[in-house]
Design a protein around this ligand. Structure first.
Ligand code: ZN
Length: 86
């Protein structure tokens, strides 16, 4: 393979590793979030709610289901966002 390609791939791996480590250690405390919902299904038990969260520090995107990820769903809910209090 082209050596420059190999160098680039090596660099990408290194940077992805670094990004992973930063995101892993980030507390995601500076974020913006919004509600998502899928409602009006023929079977109402198929309705679901979630929140989309974007960490403004590390850029990580997260989704939390209102049932499955109940704790995070409330933790990151837009009404709980510190930014709104400012
Ligand atoms: Zn973060």
């Amino acid at each position: 393979m082209n050596t420059r390609i190999e160098e680039i791939n090596k660099e990408i791996s290194k940077l992805e590793r670094e990004l992973y480590e930063i995101r892993k250690s980030c507390l995601h405390e500076n974020y913006k979030s919004e509600y998502g919902a899928n409602t009006g299904n023929y079977d109402p038990s198929s309705d679901c709610y979630w929140i989309n969260v974007e960490c403004l520090d590390c850029g990580k995107f997260m989704m939390f289901d209102s049932v499955k990820d109940r704790e995070q769903y409330y933790k990151y809910s837009p009404t709980n966002n510190k930014q709104l209090e400012v």
